[in-house]
Design a protein around this ligand. Sequence first.
Ligand SMILES: Cc1cc2nc3c(=O)[nH]c(=O)nc-3n(C[C@H](O)[C@H](O)[C@H](O)COP(=O)(O)OP(=O)(O)OC[C@H]3O[C@@H](n4cnc5c(N)ncnc54)[C@H](O)[C@@H]3O)c2cc1C
Length: 475
Amino acid sequence: MTAVRSGGVVPDARHGHAGPRRTGARRGGAPRGRVQRGGAGRGGARAEVVLGLIYAGGLAVLALWWHGTSSVVGTAGWLTDAARITGLLAAYGCAVMLALMARVPALEGGVGTDRLARWHAAGGRYTVCLALAHVLLVIWGYALTSRTDVVHQTGTLVFHYPEMLKATLGTLLLFAVGIASMRAARRRLRYEVWHLIHLGTYLSIFLVFFHQVANGAQFVGQPLAEAFWYALFVGVSLVLAWYRFVLPVARNLRHRMRVADVRFETPGVVSVYVTGHRLDGLRAEPGQFFRWRFLMPGMWWAANPYSLSAPARDGMLRITVKAAGDHSRGLARLRPGTRVWAEGPYGALTEARRSQRRVLLLAGGVGITPLRTLFETMAGDITLIYLARTPKDLALRGELEAIAARADRRVLCFVDDPSEYSMPLTGEALRAVVPDVAERDVYLCGPPGMADAAHRALREAGVPARRVHHESFEF
Ligand SMILES: Cc1cc2nc3c(=O)[nH]c(=O)nc-3n(C[C@H](O)[C@H](O)[C@H](O)COP(=O)(O)OP(=O)(O)OC[C@H]3O[C@@H](n4cnc5c(N)ncnc54)[C@H](O)[C@@H]3O)c2cc1C
């Protein structure tokens, strides 16, 4: 990889503007203008606290079962009660999965969107398994109790118990979502198709809810437990509706965003500048991202996440995007004036994570975008290592160098080709270029392979895991 120090040997000063010419925004990413701080990332919930609350909720659900169960007798009794426990936990799991994806600012800013998505994926697997166990155990337990076979018992349960037809449809839908989310299936599906199927979970949870209160031994004749269950699901639904629907609609009506300009940075990479009304009200922090929907033919139906690649200032937002597929490629076709629908800001890769005065920003490829913004706005001793394939792929390099020169901070660029300027991602190599790396906070953003190698190298270099702040571009 090419070791291209600031003002280094690979010529590439053609690109790198922090604002569109036509709107008169400043060039070179100068830290004049007002940088917004104090947004969603501040005071976010800590991951351990959130996990603790989730487990505590699980224990409360078990207590609900314990409270409503006087005794468990015989094999049929054990099976039926195991069915009750798995059913209660599966339903609780559904409520938690919804809450994790409700885009609550304290969760998004504190835990981080990518980690929430990982919890959601792992929790979703447990929830579907618990639901499957519940179905099998309840059929088996009831069949033993009524001394009949499981096929006959299944028919009885589905067609003769209250709310069970709806519950059966909802459960089948949940299983379909689970299958579509399995790695092998997901790889074959387009993101949008998978996402659409995934939205079926809302319907599934709604359909299944009523059989719980209609048949559940813990709820029938137990008004307090029933009220608790309603409060849980109605509460989660309200939070979801507020943050995923009401707030985004209100914000977009208020800010009325439009594309101001589109500029080509490097081959396959474009920057899109977005203006709007009172954008400072969004309180977007450096390092955060939005989900962007561009209202033009062929693009309006998809909302994709892209990080801000410059601080929000002077009524302007900027994203810088590498063509990876239909949506990202389509951005090059955007025209000034195109209406934009953006949801956010989201993400926890912000200054709020920082614990040290010295910081290393470690970017791979288009992972430079959130780090470019932090590079400009963070105070203190800041070093940026930027890895790319070739010098031509070093998007935004011109403005990084301008920031480095102006603000007395270091940018070190390395490329795979030509190879005399490469840097292997090892602890030794990191220590060679940043000798005090172990004392720094590290902000990391890059493609999965690079991020894995970087995690290993940082560990070797002695950086504690708690000081590595990583955002994945993959959900
Ligand atoms: C938090 C975050 C910040 C990002 N910031 C940037 C950035 O600043 N610049 C940049 O170039 N790229 C960024 N990305 C990556 C970018 O979102 C994807 O490359 C882009 O959405 C791909 O969409 P596509 O239709 O072009 O390609 P596709 O071929 O449709 O998708 C390629 C892959 O991108 C992912 N993807 C697609 N659509 C979505 C979606 N709506 N939500 C989540 N993942 C999706 C999927 O894993 C998919 O397999 C970011 C991703 C995340 C999660």
